[in-house]
Design a protein around this ligand. Structure first.
Ligand code: BJW
Ligand code: ZN
Length: 245
């Protein structure tokens, strides 16, 4: 665990900031029981995330891809936000310019009360028509068989998730980049820091002069741009930084 002195230093940066942002990844939800992608147990029935989270995989086998997402939706039903999600929601109430940028699709930040939230990779509870009718929310879990679920027009639906090789919503990405560029403090919590363009938000923040604080039990490529790397679980460290512990 990091020294008390390091926590106190980062906590003071946060307390004195009028503009801040955070980038979260799967690790922030690990203590809620949501599996991470690349750590131990980060496989789904032997498939790597890169094999099921692509448009090519969906074109090849939409039922397999929907089984993957249906299993994750069903697993999520019993997961609740943890103390890291709650502390980040509290930070939004305290800092007038605070943006929470998440790569997670699990909806737990919203469940904890965060509202200024950018979901870069989409949301597990949303679906989109493959024929272009639009997007909607569907919270049924498990989904009725047969898969794939259909739009009201009859065309198959797909998860409203950003897969590898797909573009992030340009407005979301622009808002995230702007928040990173103006932040005085930028927290990087529970991400392996290898998926782009999300990872580069931390580099943008550092290049624009933000103090980047990483919270992760393991070193990552983003440790190199962090002013402080706090090694430990988000559910313990983030509440201490925010003062909600
Ligand atoms: C704890 C903890 C605890 C554990 N407390 N911490 C530039 C260079 C190279 C490649 C590219 C590039 N630009 C784009 C690419 C291609 C690609 C990419 O990044 N590939 C890399 C793998 C190399 N990016 C894309 O394709 C993106 N699109 C794009 O760029 O479009 C433009 C374009 C189009 C065509 C060609 C090229 C460019 C889209 C990326 C979409 C990512 N989608 C996914 C899956 C969908 C969501 C889903 O199904 O859930 O999003 S991938 C998966 O990874 C998911 C995650 O959001 C994302 C990040 O993972 P994350 O959050 O970091 O999780 P883990 O598991 O990897 O790490 C967990 C961390 O937590 C670890 O560090 C642990 O130590 C830590 N931890 N317990 C704190 N208690
Ligand atoms: Zn449709």
């Amino acid at each position: 665990m990091p020294e008390e002195r390091q926590i106190a230093e980062a906590a003071a940066w946060i307390r004195n900031a009028s503009r801040a942002a955070a980038l979260t990844g799967a690790g922030v939800s690990a203590e809620s029981g949501v599996p991470t992608f690349r750590g131990a147990g980060g496989l789904w029935e032997g498939h790597r995330i890169e094999e099921v989270a692509t448009p090519e995989a969906f074109d090849r086998d939409p039922v397999l891809v929907w089984e993957f997402y249906d299993a994750r939706r069903t697993g999520l039903v019993r997961c609740r936000p943890n103390r890291a999600h709650e502390a980040l929601a509290e930070l939004e109430r305290r800092i007038s310019d605070f943006t929470l940028i998440t790569q997670n699709v699990d909806d737990l930040h919203r469940a904890a009360g965060s509202r200024k939230l950018i979901e870069l990779h989409g949301n597990l509870w949303r679906m989109r028509c493959t024929a272009g009718c639009g997007e909607w929310e569907d919270r049924r879990a498990p989904l009725p068989r047969p898969l794939p679920p259909a739009c009201r027009c009859g065309a198959p639906a797909r998860p409203a998730i950003v897969w590898f090789g797909e573009w992030l919503d340009p407005a979301d990405l622009a808002a995230a980049e702007a928040a990173a560029a103006r932040a005085e403090v930028f927290l990087v919590i529970g991400t392996s820091g290898i998926v782009e363009p999300a990872a580069s938000l931390a580099r943008t923040a550092a290049a624009a002069g933000a103090r980047v604080v990483e919270i992760n039990p393991e070193p990552t490529p983003l440790s190199a741009v962090a002013a402080l790397s706090l090694r430990g679980p988000a559910g313990e460290i983030v509440p201490r930084l925010v003062g909600t512990a």
